[in-house]
Structure formats: structure tokens, C-alpha cells
Design a protein. Structure first.
Length: 295
């Protein structure tokens, strides 16, 4: 049974069956991928790596895990994440003109990517508006989503107004005006709250939570993603990320944000249907994969 179905555990305790966890923002090149095998996370979306390398991981993933990928970061020459020690040269695609944008999108299609990842990072070189628009239009024409890393004043608004589909982080560097959030209501935002958690970073976390709260109220779709590989993030379920999402969502909305569709590989636990973040964490700790789930 799927998506809230009930069965029976061996000891007779009623069991609930739900889809596995989908982490919509990971960097598999920065973690021990094998640790994901046969756990509660059944799908991950790699959002920035060397295309042939990540395609090979998708073809031979950890047991029981589906890997989808966006290919490289598309950025201006010298833009983020150029020069970062964690980013291989092949994980960064420099785009200087609309013509280069069209070629870059074609390469993502050819490589089997599901989306075009775009970087707009203030303080480093930025894509001009015409190149940003060419990436968005080209991706949509090719049937791909546009996922944007937007950091710094005005960059989230640029992504929203250019027609991007997803912000890969809930904006945390500025409080977005309500009018901008209203224009973003058709979008998906990926949570990644926990990367801002910890000593010395409460302002960014509180900004992100406030932006997300108003985004959800405006009708936007908020989903679970951890930026796995960014610092000491756990490989698997990030319970702190679920706790922070639980400040904004509960019940079916929380389950939709964290878990996959009904068609996803299934988990089962001898516990009631989880309604809160605490419930969901407890449920996931107790869950097991059903025998018919893909391995």
C-alpha cells in the first residue's frame, strides 16, 4: 500500500506505508555515496557536478536509490563557484553570451540532465540579464527545469522575474518584499535551512524561515533538500532539516515536502501516520523498506 496506506506489522501492530524520502539538493561528489544504500532516502537530485561523472553515478547508483542530476553550475566567467576548492573545473560551465547559453543547454539535454542549474551569486561575476533569460528560455524549450542558486541582494528577484522554476535554497541573505514573494508563488523552493543553523548564523536562518513562511502562505511549494556535502551534513536523512521544515508545515503538507510521490519505493513502519516533524522523524527511524521496493 502507498502514501498513507495501512498494513500490519509481524507483531500485529498496525503499520503505515509511505514513499521514501527525496532529497532535492545534494552534491554526491562530496560525500560517501555508498552510505545511502537501502536507507530511507530513495531519490536524490545532484545539483552541480561534472556531467560524465554524475551520469555514471546515476547509471550505477547506491542500492535502492534513484539519482537525478542537473549537470554543471552555469555561471558568468569568473562567477560562483569558480575557484572553490570543492568544485572541479568540469562542474562549472562559463556562459558569456546568449549563443553560449543555447549551446550549454543543449549539452545538458545530451547528457541526460533533468534541469539547468544556474548560479547568481553577488560578490562574484554575474550573468547579465540577456544571458540569464537565454538559459531560462532555452531550458524550457528543451523540456528542462531551471534551478537557481540565488545569493545576495536582488539575485532571488532576478531569478523569479526571469522565469526560473526553482530556487535551490530558500533565500537567506535578504528579506524579500511581499510583492516579490507573490510573483514567486508558482515556483518550488528547496529548504536547505539546516546549513544556516549553528553558532553565529541565526540571522540567515531566521530570514530564510520568514521568507519561506510568507512563500507558503502565498501558495508556493516548499520541499525538502539538504545541500548534502555542504559541510558536515549527514549522508541520509537530515533530521534537523525536517525539524526546521516542521516549523512551517505539518500533516500532508509536510509529508509531501519530504517524501516522494505514491509511485516511489515504499517504506513501512509500525506507527501511526506522521503528522508533525517529530512524528515523521520517529516514523523514519522505525521504517523499513518493503520487500518489493526496487534495490
Amino acid at each position: 500500500m502507498r502514501d498513507g496506506g495501512t498494513g500490519s506489522a509481524p507483531d500485529g501492530v498496525p503499520a503505515v506505508t509511505l514513499p521514501g524520502v527525496v532529497d532535492r539538493h545534494v552534491h554526491l561528489g562530496l560525500v560517501d555515496r555508498a552510505l545511502l544504500a537501502d536507507g530511507p532516502v530513495t531519490e536524490v537530485h545532484d545539483l552541480g557536478w561534472d556531467p560524465p561523472e554524475v551520469a555514471a553515478w546515476a547509471a550505477d547508483p547506491p542500492s535502492g536509490v534513484r539519482v537525478r542530476y542537473a549537470g554543471p553550475f552555469h555561471t558568468a566567467p569568473g562567477g560562483y563557484p569558480t575557484g572553490r576548492p570543492w568544485a572541479p573545473d568540469a562542474a562549472v560551465r562559463h556562459v558569456a553570451t546568449p549563443r553560449e547559453a543555447a549551446a550549454a543547454v543543449a549539452d545538458v539535454v545530451a547528457a541526460g540532465g533533468f534541469a539547468v542549474k544556474v548560479a547568481l551569486h553577488a560578490g562574484m561575476a554575474l550573468l547579465p540579464d540577456d544571458v540569464l533569460r537565454a538559459l531560462v528560455d532555452g531550458a524550457h524549450a528543451g523540456g528542462l527545469l531551471v534551478l537557481v542558486h540565488a545569493e545576495g541582494d536582488g539575485q532571488a528577484q532576478r531569478a523569479i522575474d526571469a522565469g526560473a522554476d526553482t530556487l535551490v535554497h530558500v533565500p537567506w541573505t535578504e528579506a524579500l518584499p511581499d510583492a516579490v514573494i507573490a510573483r514567486a508563488a508558482h515556483m518550488t523552493w528547496i529548504s536547505t535551512f539546516a546549513i544556516h543553523d549553528g553558532p553565529g548564523r541565526p540571522i540567515g536562518l531566521e530570514r530564510a524561515l520568514d521568507n519561506a513562511r510568507r512563500f507558503v502562505a502565498a501558495g508556493g511549494r516548499l520541499v525538502y533538500g539538504t545541500d548534502m556535502g555542504n559541510g558536515p551534513t549527514p549522508v541520509g536523512v537530515n533530521e534537523r532539516e525536517i525539524e526546521l521544515l516542521g516549523r512551517l508545515l505539518e500533516g500532508e503538507a509536510l509529508r509531501r515536502a519530504v517524501l516522494g510521490p505514491p509511485s516511489a519505493p515504499a517504506l513501512e513502519a509500525p506507527l501511526p501516520l506522521p503528522e508533525t516533524a517529530t512524528d515523521l522523524i520517529t516514523w523514519l527511524r522505525a521504517s523499513r523498506r518493503l520487500p518489493h521496493s526496487p534495490k
